[in-house]
Design a protein around this ligand. Structure first.
Ligand code: SF4
Length: 210
């Protein structure tokens, strides 16, 4: 049984699959408390759901994309059978994780995409980053930094220098919308990273469950 805050059908708001209709499963619980967290409602509560009922619901939306998010989804042990069974049903599974739990046990499968954060100084959670996780990522996965200020930007640059990664590196402005300054900086410094918004914030603002 999994404790689920909400399920919803929306478009992928960030990352390489931005704009693609996706079924979202938001699991309950988070071990972090980032200063800028916009999903505080995921810290506790939720409804008990079986893996089977979630797969059945996902199947109703005629999309091959399922995003497992939180909170921190890897805190619930039954997330692993959920991911394996989704893969068995030929879904493309995107796991959004904070980088503070080992991704060693995440299924190794071409259809399994790990979208992993590394938390910068403005989150107040830097000490929770597990940098060894970066070495466990494959080229199909992606690494995301939320950039709120100059310190976050310099921190992100230092991490991608120290831990080279073949997949895509995403810089996302804190709040998801203020792209201009960050984009200009990335271009000026010839950084090989992708600057992405949180698309759902442009469409729906801070509305929950979209
Ligand atoms: S990891 Fe995500 S859900 Fe948890 S506190 Fe940070 S932003 Fe919020």
């Amino acid at each position: 049984m999994l404790t689920v805050i909400e399920t919803f059908h929306s478009i992928e708001g960030e990352g390489p699959f931005i704009g693609i209709p996706t079924f979202f499963i938001r699991l309950s619980g988070c071990n972090l408390r980032c200063t800028y967290c916009d999903t505080k409602y995921s810290y506790s509560g939720g409804d008990n759901r079986t893996v089977e009922s979630l797969i059945e619901e996902a199947s109703g939306y005629k999309t091959k994309f399922v995003c497992v998010t939180g909170g921190e989804p890897l805190l619930q042990k039954e997330v692993y059978p959920l991911m394996y069974k989704l893969l068995d049903k030929e879904f493309k599974v995107i796991l959004e994780t904070s980088g503070s739990i080992s991704v060693d046990d995440v299924p190794a499968d071409d259809n399994m995409i790990i979208a992993m954060d590394i938390k910068g100084p403005s989150s107040n959670m830097v000490e929770h980053n597990i940098y060894e996780n970066i070495e466990l990522l494959a080229e199909k996965d992606y690494l995301k930094f939320v950039i709120a200020d100059e310190k976050d930007y310099e921190f992100a640059k230092s991490i991608i220098q120290k831990y080279p990664f073949d997949g895509e590196v995403i810089f996302q402005p804190e709040g998801g919308k203020n792209l201009k300054e960050l984009t200009e900086k990335v271009l000026k410094e010839r950084l090989n990273v992708r600057v992405l918004p949180q698309l759902h914030k442009f469409i729906w603002g801070d509305k929950r469950g979209v």
